[in-house]
Write a protein that binds this ligand. Structure first.
Ligand code: OFO
Length: 198
């Protein structure tokens, strides 16, 4: 929808005031609703990883993943509120079941990194649609997600590097499990969280 057709004028007969509301276009609404699915799936996926790692005795990793799962839910909620505030309808989706088991800690974080890369691509596509549709408000709103993805991908890569270094060394894995929650906190301090996004 072009900007000229994004204007919806509601005339109030009660107080004779005229209010102008900028509506989100159908194509942007659809894109944002797809992103709601992705963020919800991310939350479920990381929750499944958290539960599995907890059963394997990696309590630090589990805590890290429970927190990450909560954050993804907040990302989803932020989108829900934005869509509705802009006169669209945020649809709460059914989600497919995430995996139950993972073969190793390395596989967990490989999956996490690949998932974050996929989400970054989705955000970038959404940003591209906003530019094509000349929806600069949603484009601006999405910049928080762009910054967040940079942070999350960087953190996932950092963790993968550490896991590769540790290999099968049990002592190394013990220390990694002990230290990972601090790693998450220190990284998010410089990230999109600090930019007032949540
Ligand atoms: Fe929603 O931040 Fe990653 O996926």
């Amino acid at each position: 929808m072009k900007p000229s057709t994004q204007l919806k004028v509601n005339a109030s007969t009660n107080n004779h005031q005229t209010t102008t509301k900028i509506m989100v276009s159908k194509i942007i609404e659809k894109g944002l609703n797809s992103q709601i699915v992705s963020e919800s799936e991310s939350s479920q996926y990381y929750l499944a990883m958290a539960s599995w790692t907890e059963t394997q005795g990696f309590n630090g990793v589990a805590q890290f993943l429970y927190t990450h799962s909560d954050e993804e839910r907040i990302h989803m909620l932020k989108l829900v509120k934005y869509v509705n505030e802009r006169g669209g309808h945020a649809v709460i989706p059914a989600l497919k079941a995430p995996p139950i088991k993972f073969t190793s800690l390395k596989v967990v974080f490989e999956n996490l990194l690949n998932h974050e890369i996929k989400v970054s691509q989705q955000i970038n596509e959404l940003v591209e649609i906003c530019l094509r549709e000349k929806d600069y408000t949603t484009h601006n709103f999405l910049q928080w997600y762009v910054a967040e993805q940079i942070e999350e991908e960087a953190l996932a890569r950092l963790i993968m590097d550490k896991i590769k270094l540790i290999g099968d060394d049990k002592g190394g894995l013990y220390l990694f499990d002990r230290d990972i929650t601090g790693l998450s906190a220190s990284t998010s301090e410089g990230g999109a969280e600090k930019k007032g996004g949540k």
